[in-house]
Design a protein around this ligand. Sequence first.
Ligand SMILES: [Zn+2]
Length: 421
Amino acid sequence: MSLDDHAEDLASDLGVDKEEVKADLENLVEYSVPVDEAKQSLRRKYGDGSSSSEPSQVDLADVSTEDSNVTVTAKVLTVGKRSIRYQGNEQTIHEGELADETGKISYTAWEDFGLSAGDTITAGNAGVREWEGDPELNLGESTNVAFEDDIDVPYPVGGDADLADLEPGDRGINLDVQVVEVETKTIDGRDGETEIKSGVLADESARLPFTDWEARPEVAEGATMRLEDVYVREFRGVPSVNLSEFTAVAPLDRELAISDTGTRMTVRDAVETGGAYDVEVVGSIVAVRDGSGLIERCPECGRVIQNGQCRSHGDVDGQDDLRVKAIVDDGTGTVTAVLDAERTEEVYGGDVEDAKAQARDAMDKEVVADSIRERVVGHEYRVRGNLSVDDYGANLEVTEFERSEDPPADRADALLAEVAE
Ligand SMILES: [Zn+2]
């Protein structure tokens, strides 16, 4: 298509003089503006009804944090409702994920557009903001939302999920769960003292901590229920389920086959979750790290100190304690298992007084860690606990630490049987 043809097109679309449009177009193209972009800008200049006032239509995969505003056509995967305090006012927002065939993206709707999971919409002039490095869409006052014919997307619609799949930031999620632990607490909320419930939920896939900000009576130990519209936050490095005032809670008419063991995972999969509650790995202890055995803690802050010096509190009278930091390797990756004093006593075979006596006799504290090394390094353990992952690595705060009960020979047989199938 020649520039002349483009000019003719535009002129008839816009109902303006062709020569005038052509001069503008030539001017822009001379400045290396691509023809399509030049036409868009002339449409805006000559006022082409509604479509020109909106940013161009993009695929979700192409939305970037560099964009300020975009127009997208997408299917609503999830809708979560939440009340937040924004600039001093209570405001109800809707949030979740949108998808088209190229990808999906999180959104926050600052007005009630009446969105439901499964709707296909065109969001004209949606704002783009960055959230933890990824683009997110803001549907606000200046966004036009139009409902469209259904499109197919390669993602599940609706928020049904298993606990094992949850990640911090998920919203509008539905779960079938059992309450395995719960306690009521009084906290200082934004409207004064308020009661909340917190504890642990389980389903067939995993266990996760939860908070019910409304302290519902039906959220009781042993209760099985369907939760609709919960959101997920990070709590001490693991995903935590939050029940808001908008969460619907209904009794479940079926039994859940929840297990009372941790979720068995490979170290690699566990670390890839970015933090997991109550997981179990089986691997060999390849080393016991420095800072294990007989250690000293600051009496003020509880942090481990060196030579009676706390980084925050300076010269302090250290308190003796026992700890193990053991590196577990299962062939897929490594994680540091951190054992508290009680579990360290079991591994060491003595308490803090025994450790002090051993250190005095040898005139060296390190002998305690050495004794632990002799007992655990090179052996296979089943390690259960809560995993947190940060810039310094992956730590498993241990709740159970047991020599693996499967003798290597059995495992080899099982592996051979699997291969033979
Ligand atoms: Zn301190």
